[in-house]
Design a protein around this ligand. Structure first.
Ligand code: GAP
Length: 444
């Protein structure tokens, strides 16, 4: 597969041309760090989120779903440590975008040493007084408005609801709370398309366990491997994903231990896709202190109140979209012609199957194609009907948006109720009976 710096440009262009992703507020010159999802992109993103929701939440008996508000009072972010760690002058590492206090010479030195060890030459942005959190004022009357933040990580919506979940659902440890939603960060250097945005989406699990080192290790390993298996399930080659442990000077203020799942990107090599963090009891203790609400958990087994440890799985939805697109982009030659297509897994492809009448101007073919389309639609929701342009163009269009299968209704269909089923990757077509279509497509 092609992996070079042009690849990103090709993906950005394909995304715009085929209705996946557009620059945010483009007609006004664009708003840096924001992107809008078009009809194809929104389906791809939805499928990725649905796959997360199924595997991390719906299929499990020990995880609850949640959807918390984006707006949260300033006090939440004081408790979580996010305001405190972000009000000083920061410099940003131009290699890994780590932000470090400009006055912490020892931390800067050890960060530079870490890069030099990897044969990278450290470089920094100028110091800036920087607050990563995006703030807003709530309330109509000036002077009485209260400061609120758009959440900088979706995690805090879960942490502040820990007691609500315990009181309403009565779970036993270990148990998890999962969520998908938007987060906002005033990134100094948004860039690399969807990779670093100011408005982005996260999918997360906070998994609460008994607070012992032993349980911490067991569940950390479990979720690390679970997250990697999940990521591979999006259709990645094993060699393009790897684990990387955070060095002690990279750890976020809340983390006892952290590993990333990284993707081998065409824009500077290995890049973070997902984080697995051992947050210890940081959040629940801090919210107890700041809100004066006891966020401890009564363990029925030991008859003790404890602050559970939290093992966090945190993935960026948009980064998953970007890496899935980069991984899927393929160029080859088919029937003597060059083509570019997206080799998307059927699990995430925006359109699972496209149905065509061979000719648009033959009413009997169009009627039969509509009949097949309606039959398939009952079983497969993301299906598309297309009679625009010639059949070759329709195949190419579907290849480019990653549709795994195309069904064509031709004159033989009218005689014997068979259709052609075309495979995106090989371009090969097989003739099969209409009644076998659903099982054949679902088995792919
Ligand atoms: N709750 C933990 C947390 O937010 P993080 O490593 O800062 O940890 C988790 O973020 C994931 O969110 C990252 O692995 C990445 O996929 C995604 N992410 C973070 N910042 C992002 C940004 N500016 N644009 C797009 N995705 C981002």
């Amino acid at each position: 597969m092609q992996k070079n710096t042009d690849l990103m440009e090709k993906i950005v262009s394909l995304c715009k041309r085929r209705g996946f992703i557009y620059q945010g507020s483009e007609i006004y010159g664009g708003l840096a760090g924001t992107w809008d999802y078009g009809p194809m992109g929104v389906e791809l993103r939805h499928n990725i989120k649905q796959y997360f929701w199924d595997k991390f939440i719906k299929d499990r008996e020990d995880v609850f779903g949640l959807s918390a508000a984006i707006l949260m009072p300033a006090r939440v972010w004081e408790a979580s440590g996010h305001t405190e760690s972000l009000v000083d002058p920061l410099i940003e590492c131009k290699i890994c975008h780590a932000r470090i206090r400009a006055d912490h010479a020892d931390v800067i030195e050890s960060h530079e040493a870490m890069h030099r060890k990897k044969k990278e030459e450290p470089a920094w942005t100028e110091p800036k007084n920087f607050n990563l959190l995006v703030s807003t004022q709530l309330g109509a009357v000036e002077g009485e408005a209260s400061l609120a933040y758009l959440r900088g990580e979706i995690t805090q919506g879960v942490q502040v609801n820990f007691k609500n979940i315990v009181d309403s659902m009565h779970p036993k440890l270990p148990f998890g709370i999962g969520q998908i939603g938007k987060a906002f960060r005033n990134e100094i250097t948004p860039g690399n398309f969807l990779f670093r945005q100011r408005e982005f989406e996260q999918m997360e699990l906070q998994f609460y366990i008994k607070p012992t080192e032993e349980e911490g290790k067991k569940w950390f390993d479990y979720w690390k491997n679970f997250a990697m298996d999940w990521y591979l399930g999006l259709g990645f080659n094993k060699e393009n994903l790897r684990f990387r442990q955070h060095e002690s000077d990279e750890l976020a203020h809340y983390a006892k231990e952290a590993w990333d799942i990284e993707y081998n990107s065409p824009f500077g090599g290995w890049k973070e896709a997902w984080g697995i963090h051992h947050r210890g009891d940081w959040d629940l203790r801090r919210h107890t202190e700041f809100s004066k609400t006891d966020m401890s958990y009564f363990d029925e087994e030991t008859k003790e109140r404890v602050f559970p440890y939290d093992i966090e799985c945190s993935g960026g939805v948009d980064r998953a979209v970007l890496f899935v697109l980069l991984e899927a982009y393929t160029e080859d030659e088919l029937g003597g012609e060059k083509r570019a297509y997206l080799k998307l897994s059927p699990k995430v492809a925006p359109i699972r199957v496209a149905v065509f009448p061979l000719l648009k101007n033959k009413p009997e073919l169009v009627a039969k194609a509509r009949e097949v389309y309606s039959m398939l639609k009952k079983e497969i929701s993301n299906i598309h009907f297309d009679d625009n342009g010639n059949i070759g163009k329709r195949y190419r269009r579907q290849d480019e948006i990653g549709t795994p299968s195309c069904v064509t209704i031709d004159f033989d269909t009218l005689e014997d109720n068979t259709v052609t089923l075309r495979d995106r990757d090989t371009g090969e077509q097989e003739r099969i009976s209409i009644e076998d279509l659903v099982s054949k497509i679902k088995a792919q």
